[in-house]
Ligand binder design. Structure first.
Ligand code: ASP
Length: 280
């Protein structure tokens, strides 16, 4: 059993040591709690659980603590992919729900599995998700100051369960100040992709991640026999011509855990029951 989570990029490291310590503590707590959950649940159930814990933590830009868009509203995106069934489901620009990842989970069992905008929000209400504001005062203050505090923490998780099954989930509040209607990578195959060989979750600038088709490419390369570190190296090399800003986490079917970022510093933590690896 293996698990890796990310909490987006950390840009304040030099100016705010306390935020870094807080994020390290949250990441350690969540990766260990999720690992414990993995002991009695599937990879698919666990990636949803881990993402919901990360969404509930206001330190991260997903669920509670999400960024505010250019019109002053919060719209969030989240997706899940099951490496066994190869099904992906997600919500794009959903509004006023506490845990977008739980709505994405509901969609995994229906035909129309990726919903956007009002349709996604309406579906959530019909499924009993109450109206919930994920705004926190700090994000509103940043918005009022027109301070773009992006790279603040899209979240994601890849898990490998005891049956060798892989699943991935990713959730975001977007990049902040985006135009209404902008689509994040987090509910696309560029930002969140998985099969029986490998699962990948990304963070960074959504437009770059989509241009680089990052998660789908890494998974395809591993599927075709490339070792995971080579699949990462080639895919990240292909981001260089346009200075693509991306971080990604992954686990392959051999149990290799891997992560890489194009720019420092991605917030991540991995755990296998013994070894904890955490960003510094
Ligand atoms: N990838 C997210 C987006 O562009 C933002 C992030 O990861 O920080 O919507």
């Amino acid at each position: 059993m293996k698990i890796i989570i990310h909490g987006g990029f950390f840009s304040e490291s030099s100016t705010c040591d306390q935020t870094k310590i807080d994020k390290q503590q949250s990441m350690e707590r969540i990766v260990k709690e999720a690992y414990q959950y993995l002991e009695t649940h599937t990879a698919l159930e666990t990636v949803v659980f881990a993402n919901s814990l990360l969404e509930n933590d206001p330190l991260f830009n997903a669920g509670i603590g999400s960024q505010i868009q250019s019109d002053g509203e919060i719209r969030m995106s989240a997706s899940i992919m099951d490496g066994v069934s190869k099904k992906m489901s997600g919500v794009i620009n959903i509004e006023k729900v506490k845990n977008p990842i739980l709505v994405a989970e509901k969609l995994l069992t229906v035909d129309d599995r990726i919903l956007s905008g009002n349709g996604a929000t309406q579906y959530a209400r019909e499924q009993g998700f109450p109206e919930f504001s994920t705004e926190i005062p700090q994000r509103r203050a940043e918005y009022e100051e027109k301070k773009n505090a992006n790279r603040q923490g899209t979240v994601g998780c890849v898990a490998l369960d005891k049956e060798g099954k892989i699943a991935v989930a990713t959730s975001t509040g977007g990049k902040g100040f985006e135009l209404v209607g902008r689509v994040s990578d987090s509910a696309t195959v560029a930002g969140n992709y998985c099969n029986e060989f490998c699962g990948v979750s990304c963070t960074g600038v959504g437009e770059d991640i989509v241009s680089g088709a990052v998660a789908a490419k890494i998974v395809t390369r591993v599927t075709d026999g490339q070792p995971i570190q080579e699949a990462f190296a080639k895919t990240f090399k292909e981001l260089l011509p346009f200075d693509g800003f991306c971080g990604a986490i992954a686990i392959d079917s051999f149990g290799n855990i891997f992560h890489q970022d194009s720019h420092p510093k991605m917030v991540f933590a991995s755990y296998d029951g013994i070894n904890l690896d955490i960003f510094n």
